[in-house]
Design a protein around this ligand. Structure first.
Ligand SMILES: Nc1nc2c(c(=O)[nH]1)N[C@H]1C(S)=C(S)[C@@H](COP(=O)(O)OP(=O)(O)OC[C@H]3O[C@@H](n4cnc5c(=O)[nH]c(N)nc54)[C@H](O)[C@@H]3O)O[C@H]1N2
Ligand SMILES: Nc1nc2c(c(=O)[nH]1)N[C@H]1C(S)=C(S)[C@@H](COP(=O)(O)OP(=O)(O)OC[C@H]3O[C@@H](n4cnc5c(=O)[nH]c(N)nc54)[C@H](O)[C@@H]3O)O[C@H]1N2
Ligand code: SF4
Ligand SMILES: [Mo]
Length: 670
């Protein structure tokens, strides 16, 4: 049809699958978006959320113009201003803050709204500009830091299996991961494996929709995964099924670790994990005698006080069984360790070294900050200790700028709001963290209103402030060229031209990819087993006093939202229904709660409201509610992060979203 074109793009959201998509554009309007049928991982399908992406780009509540606050902070009252007025006010305020308090009083708070290398958090968006101003650095630790640290300690990289190799596995452990919700494209490869007889086990405190589809579900007590890993290995040793050759050639610390494993017989593990001893034993037997075994362990496990350790100990499993020898064996956490583009943070532009502020510590680290600059983030919806953040954002002496697409709770506290483009309107380079491809996102349509991309906003601001550093003005294509020019062999032949023509290119790794068959990227070239006494660290909730708050709250991915993105989409909200909290029948009975009743979920940090869903999907002592609700669109004006403490886990300062104690009480009054 004349006037109709197809534009290849990539899903920017923080999801392992980074889908390739095809946008149909008719007369300058995007009229259709489909998963790319040619992409080997996308295989033609997007997901329940992104099927509404185009509709979302055209939503009535989209922010289209720069705005200045007119009401009190938090009121969400704004007036439209021009870009010139916005840039004037921002320039004056930034200059004043730098002169009076120094550049470090600026906190550029970049979140995971887009994983693009140009517009989002995987790259350097805005960093050159912030370095010229001498602003504080920002540590994006909110998501995967603990697990990555655990894997780095074990394997020397957080990278692992190519998820496509799951098709060749004969035993699959879906461990602390809700595949059908948080990255469903792996499922096709699991189905391929099943067609060849693979057995699938879900290990999760919640009987999720993924657990429903597995051959077996082990309802583990939250935060006890390392103990289960040790128990499974205990059975492997009893069966004498360890791979002595792999152990001798490719691992270190085995003698000590072997002794540690012997401390965890199945009866002890059953006591710690709450999984019946016979189930631990039978899974141990399967693990001992099934090659290859593939473990999909993602972010759920590591949102606990002992989460880094848990990931490290799970990473030991294929070291003992030798599964890394085989395609279809090993652990798949993230593939981002294999992505070797050239992310240069340009520290050379800093006049002096600056401090680093920690993303999950917004509530407590904001005291001496004078400018908070939020982009691609929604801290009032997604960051721990929401009440502390809200108190801070209300400060009159804090100058807050938010670059956004939608009027989030965080936007309500902004002094200046800058309208941001969405993925169909800007260009970007992407990698997946659950596959082995790079993707190019070509803009399909012109931005609506006066929306600007992240890169263009910082170029204009630099010009407005009269900054002379030439690299502040690099174009998007120049930035992309330099990202691809790392010289790493995995990018040989992966050119910008090819990406723009073909939409996606597999990185230059062998297929099938067996990353550690010949050794590990540690200094010794060997997998490092956990040191004595450090293979299992109990979670916070396992050791804290349970007197006042006896229930462990788990807050995993919601099926219909992506973090807080789509939290304002009417159709997805309708499907998500009212916020609910899963409560086991025994816990409900003990509190006299009935299904559908509105309750307060509370602890010393705060409370949120939800409707009780009585269900044996959670064990006694565990309650669960999905993340991602917009506080202002929720009853009581709060979501689960009102009761999530700002607390570091054991490694990488990872947050403990699934490791908080609460009580559930009936709402007083009507
Ligand atoms: N639909 C949808 N997809 C998403 C997201 C979303 O919000 N919605 N978020 C995206 C992002 S940012 C990320 S990081 C990923 C997150 O997605 P996942 O990596 O799947 O992580 P979570 O959803 O946090 O938790 C996964 C599972 O771990 C379980 N779990 C919690 N504690 C424990 C434990 O101690 N042990 C074990 N074995 N299991 C435990 C939870 O019950 C949950 O079912 O998904 C991405 N995909
Ligand atoms: N209770 C609980 N809380 C959690 C988690 C949990 O498991 N439980 N998981 C955590 C995890 S894994 C993560 S990754 C974090 C995510 O936390 P954040 O990084 O704060 O991400 P979002 O809440 O999705 O907010 C992203 C915002 O960026 C905007 N945005 C999207 N694309 C762009 C863009 O191109 N430019 C600009 N300027 N803005 C854009 C969106 O509109 C959205 O409002 O949440 C964490 N919060
Ligand atoms: S959110 Fe994930 S599954 Fe959905 S389209 Fe984006 S990358 Fe694909
Ligand atoms: Mo995340």
């Amino acid at each position: 049809m004349s006037g109709e074109i197809r534009v290849l793009g990539a899903c920017p959201l923080d999801c392992p699958d980074t889908c390739s998509w095809v946008v149909t554009v008719r007369d300058g309007q995007a009229v259709k978006m489909r998963g790319n049928p040619d992409h080997p991982y996308t295989r033609g399908a997007l997901c329940v959320k992104v099927n509404r992406y185009l509709e979302h780009t055209q939503a009535d509540d989209r922010i289209l113009y720069p705005m200045r606050r007119t009401g009190p902070k938090g009121s969400g009252q704004f007036e439209r201003i021009t870009w010139d007025e916005a840039l004037d006010e921002i320039s004056t305020r930034l200059r004043g803050i730098v002169d009076e308090h120094g550049g470090e009083a600026i906190w550029p708070y970049l979140g995971t709204g887009s994983l693009g290398y140009l517009q989002g958090c995987e790259g350097v968006a805005g960093r050159r500009f912030w370095n010229v101003l001498g602003a504080s650095k920002h540590w994006l630790n909110i998501c995967s830091a603990a697990g990555s640290s655990g894997l780095m300690k074990a394997n020397g990289t957080a990278g692992g299996m190519d998820p496509e190799n799951f098709a060749q596995a004969r035993l699959i452990l879906l461990w602390g991961t809700n595949t059908l919700t948080s990255g469903h494209h792996l499922w096709k490869f699991i189905q391929d494996a099943r067609a060849d007889g693979a057995y699938v086990v879900a290990i999760d405190p919640i009987r999720t929709r993924t657990a429903d589809q597995a051959d077996q579900h082990l309802a583990i007590r939250p935060g006890t995964d390392a103990a289960l890993a040790l128990g499974l290995l205990n059975v492997v040793l009893a069966e004498n099924a360890q791979d002595e050759e792999f152990l001798a050639e490719h691992t270190e610390g085995w003698e000590d670790f072997r002794k540690e494993i012997l401390e965890y017989p199945v009866e002890r593990v059953a006591e710690i994990t709450g999984i019946p001893a016979e189930d631990v034993h039978s899974l141990g037997m399967r693990l001992a005698h099934t090659r290859p075994t593939a473990i999909r362990a993602t972010m759920g496990i590591q949102r606990h006080a002992g989460g880094g350790t848990a990931m490290r100990t799970i990473a030991a499993i294929p070291g003992v069984t030798g599964d890394w020898r085989h395609p279809g064996g090993g652990v798949a956490y993230s593939t981002s360790g294999h992505v070797r583009v050239n992310v240069d943070r340009r520290d050379d532009l800093l006049a002096k070294p600056v401090r680093t502020l920690v993303m999950t510590k917004l509530g407590s680290q904001l005291d001496d900050v004078k400018c908070l600059w939020v982009y691609a983030a929604n801290p009032l919806g997604s960051t721990p200790d929401a009440n502390a953040i809200r108190r801070q954002l209300a400060r009159e002496d804090l100058f807050t700028v938010v670059m956004e697409q939608f009027p989030t709770d965080t936007v309500d506290y902004a002094d200046i709001v800058l309208p941001a483009t969405m993925q169909t309107e800007h260009m970007d380079l992407h990698a997946g963290y659950g596959h082995m491809y790079l993707l190019w996102n070509e803009p399909a349509v012109r931005p609506p209103g006066e929306c600007l991309s992240t890169t263009e906003t910082f170029r204009r601001l630099a010009a407005h402030m009269g900054l002379t550093e030439p690299s502040l003005y690099d174009s998007d294509l120049e930035l992309a060229e330099s990202l691809l020019a790392s010289g790493h062999p995995s990018l040989e032949g992966v050119t910008l031209d090819r990406l723009r023509k073909e939409g996606w290119v597999r990185m230059n790794y062998p297929k099938p990819f067996t990353p550690f068959a010949e050794g590990f990227p540690t200094p010794s070239g060997r997998l490092r087993f956990p040191p004595s006494g450090k293979a299992y660290v109990p979670s916070h909730t396992a050791v804290a006093s349970r007197a006042a708050y006896p229930l462990t709250l788990v807050t995993p991915a919601a099926h219909t939202f992506l973090n807080t993105i789509f939290g304002n989409n009417p159709e997805l909200r309708r499907r998500a229904k009212e916020p609910a909290v899963l409560v086991n029948p025994a816990d409900a009975a003990a509190r006299g709660l009935v299904g559908g009743q509105r309750v307060r979920v509370h602890n010393d940090g705060g409370e949120f409201l939800a409707d009780v869903e009585i269900s044996d999907r959670v064990a006694p002592g565990v309650v669960a509610t999905p993340k991602g609700r917009w506080p202002k669109l929720s009853p009581g004006g709060a979501n689960a992060n009102a009761v999530v403490a700002e607390r570091d886990g054991d490694m990488g300062r990872g947050p403990a979203f699934h490791d908080n104690l609460v009580e559930v009480s009936p709402c007083a009054g009507p």
